[in-house]
Design a protein around this ligand. Structure first.
Ligand code: GEK
Length: 239
């Protein structure tokens, strides 16, 4: 796994993009930046066992290098399932395709596309693992509505996000702990500061309540936080 040193040298920071350089170090970057990422990935396999139904689609939306797809595929025992992994970064989609080819398992269709523009098949499980946060705020509701409309009864959506807090004390505490996590993982003050300014206009977090209410109005009958570490949560929403 290549080490993420993208922001280790002082530079003119520009808005973050999921390009070739990021794709090359992405596994290391996300593990060292998102507390609980590996636990969430492992648990997606358990969700696949629990929620995937025969004759349905399984979506990994914003799949990056395919970690969520691989975890779900390893536990997919169902008949006639169509696994679909989508990312609008060419560098990510290409590497995702390669990673999936390295392991045995059911077919996966990988495409480079914008998840706001795809036609959804009837799905039993969809995953937005730290992807919704990169969509413009105004596009989030419509996407969730489309996912809900195309989710089978008893099907599910796993939504993982960085969140913000209304309470300033809670926000400060969680941000401090997240900062400590990144430092403990070897990121320097300079790397952390430069990454922060690169991402601040690109990753727009919302509060947990906003997510839960939007899931409910999109058409999910239940939405439950099953994981939280600092300012990172994962929600399971059931149709
Ligand atoms: C994982 N889920 O490892 N359409 C398609 N893809 C998009 C869009 C869009 N509109 N916007 C952003 N992306 C992965 C991690 S990373 C999270 C997901 C992070 C893609 C983007 O190209 C990137 O690959 C991914 O969403 C977000 O489980 O970097 O914090």
């Amino acid at each position: 796994m290549s080490k993420d040193s993208i922001y280790s040298k002082r530079q003119n920071v520009v808005d973050f993009v999921f390009d070739e350089n990021v794709a090359n170090v992405f596994t290391d970057m996300i593990r060292r930046s998102v507390p609980g990422y590996e636990s969430i990935i492992t648990m997606l396999g358990v969700f696949a066992e629990q929620y995937v139904q025969d004759n349905s689609a399984v979506y990994d939306l914003g799949c990056s290098l395919g970690a969520a797809t691989l975890s779900m595929r390893a536990r997919l025992l169902h008949k006639n399932c169509q696994m679909i992994a989508i990312d609008n970064s060419e560098a990510m989609a290409e590497r995702c395709q390669q990673n999936i080819g390295l392991q045995e398992g059911p077919d996966v269709s990988v495409s480079c596309a914008d998840i706001r523009e795809i036609e959804f098949e009837a799905a039993s499980l969809s995953v937005l693992n730290f992807t919704l946060q990169f969509l413009p705020l105004n596009d989030r509701e419509l996407l969730l509505k489309k996912i809900a409309d195309n989710t089978l009864p008893r099907g599910a959506l796993v939504l993982s996000e960085k969140i913000k807090f209304n309470d300033s004390g809670e926000a400060q505490l969680n941000e401090e702990l997240h900062l400590a996590f990144k430092k403990a993982n070897g990121y320097s003050e300079l790397e952390i500061a430069q990454k922060r300014s690169a991402i601040e206009n690109v990753l727009i977090p919302e509060t947990l309540n906003v997510h839960l209410e939007r899931l409910s109005s999109a058409g999910f009958s239940q939405a439950v936080v099953w994981f939280q570490c600092f300012n990172f949560v994962s929600i399971i929403a059931i149709k």
